[in-house]
Write a protein that binds this ligand. Structure first.
Ligand code: NAD
Length: 360
């Protein structure tokens, strides 16, 4: 029996979490779910969108799975998702993007793994609001030290990238490549422009790569990487990126395999792991039993593999592949306009998966 923290999240989070639970339990694995709510409603009730009890639960159980959580844009509390990754030092975000036969997409045979650094870069949360005393002081300090002028009406976000943070994420990417029989790691950066942050990332990545002569290494500038992925994704294998580029390229890669509804993810540190889909809380679909639960279900597959529960993981993955191939019990995002059968809802996808799993 495992005890696993489950954070249902908000928006579409609770309904896809429910679907995931049903499907995981159908494999026969015994899990006690420790439900922990976080996000805006919790903020209104408890004054903190990520109360200590959530962190404590994950620290105790070592493992969690979560639905997406809405982040207010521009103002309001900081992203619960980012805070959680930082609080538990979940430094590696792993997002595999693999084609499923029958999924609606222009591309075939995509097989990419995005390894995104999760704790540094512009997501470190070190920000200075326009007009505040600290911001004016910082602008003055920068001018004194560098001679460079920053407009007084600027807001500033700091982009720290360290040797420590880069070394461990690049090592993680190479270890992942080795363990999973992957051939190549591509480091993605903008070192031509940001010499002391992305430049450091590239320099350290090159150094770490020398310890892995059995895995090919190359680097690409992020803008070129975007074009390359759209034009010839088959040339790429494992990509390792600083936080912001990793976030953006994850969605691009999800687009290649048929959309966010199919893209799972894991946030992994040395002690804890939190599994979650790449997509957000899609608030406009909240409570409509409409969205695709595959991304969180495939995140659960990653979780089961992490736990060594290969059989249960295989069963779910096979069921997902079959359901997608059959094309009948899938949600709106996976249907072509000329499909004679209407899409089904979130719950119906889960029920179809449960039936398949029980038949194995
Ligand atoms: P989103 O991923 O929620 O939605 C983008 C679009 O993708 C949606 O309009 C929908 O068409 C589609 N989509 C997403 N998930 C889907 C699914 N399961 N099935 C079918 N279609 C799906 O991105 P957004 O609109 O930019 O963000 C909404 C909120 O989610 C924001 O508050 C954002 O901060 C938050 N967010 C949270 C996480 C997280 O919890 N880790 C990640 C990304 C965004």
């Amino acid at each position: 029996m495992y005890t696993i923290t489950l954070i249902p999240g908000d928006g579409i989070g609770p309904e896809i979490s429910e679907a995931m639970k049903k499907v995981v339990e159908a494999t026969g694995i015994k899990i006690q779910w420790e439900i922990q709510n976080a996000g805006e409603e919790v903020y209104l009730k408890e004054g903190n969108p990520l109360p200590e009890r959530v962190i404590e639960s994950i620290k105790k159980n070592k493992i969690a799975i979560k639905g997406p959580i809405t982040t207010p844009v521009g103002t309001g509390f900081r992203s619960v998702n980012v805070s959680l990754r930082q609080a538990l030092d979940l430094y590696a975000c792993v997002r595999p993007c693999k084609s499923f036969k029958g999924a609606k997409t222009k591309y075939e045979n995509i097989d990419l793994v995005i390894v995104r650094e999760n704790t540094e870069d512009l997501y470190a949360g070190i920000e200075f609001k326009k007009g505040e005393t600290e911001t004016i002081d910082l602008i003055k300090f920068i001018e004194e030290k560098t001679g460079k002028k920053i407009r007084q009406d600027s807001g500033i976000s700091i982009k720290p990238i360290s040797v420590f943070g880069t070394e461990r994420i690049v090592r993680f990417a190479f270890e992942y490549a080795r363990k999973n029989g992957r051939k190549k790691v591509t480091a993605v950066h903008k070192a031509n422009i940001m010499k002391h942050s992305d430049g450091l990332f590239l320099e350290v990545a090159r150094e770490v790569a020398t310890n892995y002569p059995d895995v090919e290494f190359e680097d690409k500038i992020v803008d070129n990487m975007c074009m390359q992925l759209v034009q010839k994704p088959e040339l790429y294998d494992v990509l390792v990126l600083p936080n912001l580029y990793g976030d953006i390229i994850s969605d691009l890669a999800a687009g290649l395999i048929g959309g966010l509804g199919l893209a799972p993810g894991a946030n992994i540190g040395d002690e804890y792991a939190v599994f979650e889909p790449t997509h957000g809380s899609a608030p406009k679909y909240k409570g409509l039993n409409k969205v695709n639960p595959f991304a969180i279900i495939l995140s659960a597959v990653m979780m089961l593999r992490y736990l060594g529960e290969t059989q249960s993981a295989d069963k779910i993955e096979n069921a997902v592949a079959e359901i997608i191939k059959e094309g009948r019990f899938v949600t709106y995002d996976m249907k072509s306009p000329d499909d004679p059968n209407p899409p089904v809802g979130t719950l119906e996808v889960a029920e179809a998966l449960v039936e398949k799993i029980k038949s194995y």
